[in-house]
Ligand binder design. Structure first.
Ligand code: SF4
Ligand code: SF4
Length: 314
């Protein structure tokens, strides 16, 4: 049975392509964007997550402390809950934790939970077909996203094929950092690619995100040449890719592809990933910046429009 490792399925999305869509989120990504707004999508295996707002605290509950066979959970320092009352939360040592899930099974508040579920294609299709009337009403469809959904190519391909066979519009949300052969396989079953271009400078791309960008740019050009429809997405990140010079590089790269481009979406950096980062129980510092101003976003949008590109600020 063909399964994919999913971490979510979200209905009624209006962010992931035209109309009302259901987005299937697959786990695992080869990139490490410091501003990632879904950091739970990055690792490939199923892993333990924790949500502070659900946790009852060790004094009221503490079931996780005794459930862990690895001794990975201890009492954290006293702090305050959302109402200002004193509380102690569990402290999970990820170096000792092997993601066995015993604590999540013992957690009646579902504060601890396992992120990543192996799910058969047929089960996903049954879920998607429930939303089909909304797709038909709104001109929407299904978006396969991640993580990088094309890192699970067999599952994604089969899902796209079954959606097309059911008459559902399909979109693939991709980093572009995949072998061309995989993009070529999904191309006939993909109505729209949501294609991320995070940085035009390969050395900077590699330094900040962990991989160079040549493959991403090359695949983008190949998709355009093969008749794919593209929605280009540019996360606009302060002091990384938001300069005038950098946007001129975007413009020069995208102008020859403009017949394939439905829209270029500028996605201003936001701080949403910060609260999610805590859920992963990681102790490392995370990237924090001030979001770019509306004036700067308008200026960058205008810059790309001068290259003949249709641009939206998202
Ligand atoms: S079992 Fe769950 S609710 Fe209870 S203390 Fe542990 S994380 Fe919090
Ligand atoms: S998932 Fe980690 S913290 Fe939870 S019981 Fe297993 S080893 Fe312990």
């Amino acid at each position: 049975m063909l399964t994919g490792k999913l971490y979510d399925i979200q209905g009624f999305s209006v962010q992931d392509g035209p109309g009302i869509r259901t987005t299937v989120f697959l786990k695992g990504c080869p990139l490490r964007c410091p501003w990632c707004h879904s950091p739970e999508s990055q690792a490939f295996p199923t892993e333990l997550n924790w949500m502070r707002v659900r946790c009852l605290g060790l004094d009221a509950c503490g079931a996780c402390l005794t459930a862990c066979p690895k001794g990975a959970i201890s009492a954290g320092e006293e702090t305050t809950d959302a109402a200002g009352a004193p509380i102690r939360y569990p402290d999970v040592d990820k170096r000792l934790c092997d993601d066995c899930g015993a604590c999540a099974a013992a957690c009646r508040a579902a504060a601890l939970y396992m992120c990543g579920t192996d799910t058969p294609v047929d089960e996903v299709m049954r879920r998607l077909k429930r939303d089909q009337p909304f797709f038909e009403e709104s001109g929407g469809g299904v978006t396969v996203s991640g993580g990088e959904c094309l890192c699970q190519p067999a599952f994604t391909l089969e899902l796209l094929k079954q959606c097309k066979a059911a008459g559902v519009h399909t979109a693939v949300d991709t980093t572009g950092y995949v072998k061309w052969e995989i993009l070529e396989q999904v191309l006939p079953y993909t109505d729209l690619f949501l294609y991320d271009l995070k940085c035009m400078d390969s050395a900077l791309h590699e330094q900040v995100i962990g991989v160079p960008n040549e493959l991403i740019l090359e695949n983008c050009q190949k998709l355009a040449a093969r008749g794919a429809r593209l929605q280009i997405r540019i996360p606009t990140i302060p002091l990384f890719n938001d300069s005038k010079a950098h946007f001129d590089r975007y413009g020069a790269f995208l102008r020859p592809l403009k017949d394939a481009i439905e829209v270029v979406q500028l996605l201003p950096y936001h701080k949403l990933g910060i609260s999610k980062h805590e859920r992963l129980l990681k102790k490392e510092k995370i990237f924090v910046a001030e979001p770019p101003s509306d004036a700067l976003m308008e200026e960058r949008a205008g810059q790309l429009r001068a290259y003949g590109l249709p641009v939206q600020i998202h």
